[in-house]
Design a protein around this ligand. Structure first.
Ligand SMILES: [Zn+2]
Ligand SMILES: [Zn+2]
Length: 264
């Protein structure tokens, strides 16, 4: 069985209310040995923690403030985060980031929250799970200010999840110490530019994710996504890189464990 790793899912979402256990079983049945559950706002943090506690052999979690909620950023939130990142279930802060496409929240509000949260991650040597849509120039500026010249805890400061930037963005993020998250869009026939950017970045910086219930791969487009899609996404990425699915699984899972600082 191949040791796949889904580095980014939202299984506490209501889309999984009816069959969450079956979804987790299907993931394990196809070789997904680890899933990181991502909480987008403080209102979801306890749910993500509960899911990890219920399935410690499979699930860990990240606690974040999605750019959709950047106006909820407060000092109290940081204080609560500081208490919770020490818990064994919590492996990262995220998702946090910038979204200039899907939300009307002013850029300044998003940038201010992101900058504070990334500085927190850097100072606590905690991995950051970064969301970026239509905002790569500004993201590069923030990453540069926070991380350039600082001593890294290991290969990765964090991950730019659902990477959708240019080849230049990919190399910039990689060289600064960020992994790139690869998901359903790598399977879409029209996405040659994305595949070229990922091939250029190379397998040493890539991790797999589903972003379930979002971003379904080609075979289930328009439907609910789930962690059992990881082998399909992995197969498309393996082809892109000219690797066997086995070596792609091994490489991306090794990267994911290093990213989230997990021994297994
Ligand atoms: Zn996201
Ligand atoms: Zn997400």
């Amino acid at each position: 069985m191949m040791p796949w790793f889904d580095t980014h899912a939202h299984l506490s979402d209501d889309h999984f209310a009816e069959d969450r256990e079956a979804v987790l079983k299907r993931a394990q049945a196809c070789g997904v040995g680890r899933i990181v559950e991502i909480a987008d706002s403080p209102a979801d943090w306890d749910k993500a923690l509960a899911l990890s506690r219920a399935r410690p052999e499979l699930v860990r979690c990240a606690l974040g403030l999605h750019p959709y909620y950047a106006d909820q950023f407060t000092d109290e939130l940081v204080a609560r985060l500081e208490k919770m990142i020490g818990l064994p279930e919590v492996v990262a802060v995220g998702e946090i980031g910038l979204d200039y496409v899907k939300t009307q929240l002013p850029k300044e509000v998003q940038l201010a929250a992101l900058e504070r949260l990334l500085a927190f991650c850097r100072d606590h040597a905690t991995p950051a799970v970064v969301h970026c849509r239509g905002a790569y120039d500004d993201l590069r500026g923030v990453l540069e200010r926070i991380y350039r010249g600082k001593m890294r805890p290991n290969r990765f400061w964090g991950v730019v999840h659902c990477f959708s930037g240019t080849a230049e963005d990919a190399l910039f993020c990689r060289d600064l110490g960020f992994a790139l998250g690869v998901d359903g869009p790598v399977t879409y026939p029209k996405n040659d530019a994305l595949r070229q950017a990922l091939a250029l970045a190379g397998e040493q910086c890539l991790v797999l994710e589903t972003d379930s219930p979002y971003l379904p791969p080609q075979s289930i487009r328009g439907k609910r996504n789930e962690p059992a899609s990881i082998p399909e996404i992995g197969a498309a990425l393996a082809k892109t890189l000219g690797l066997s699915p086995e070596s792609l699984a091994a490489a991306t899972t090794k990267n994911a464990r290093e990213l989230y600082r997990l021994d297994q």
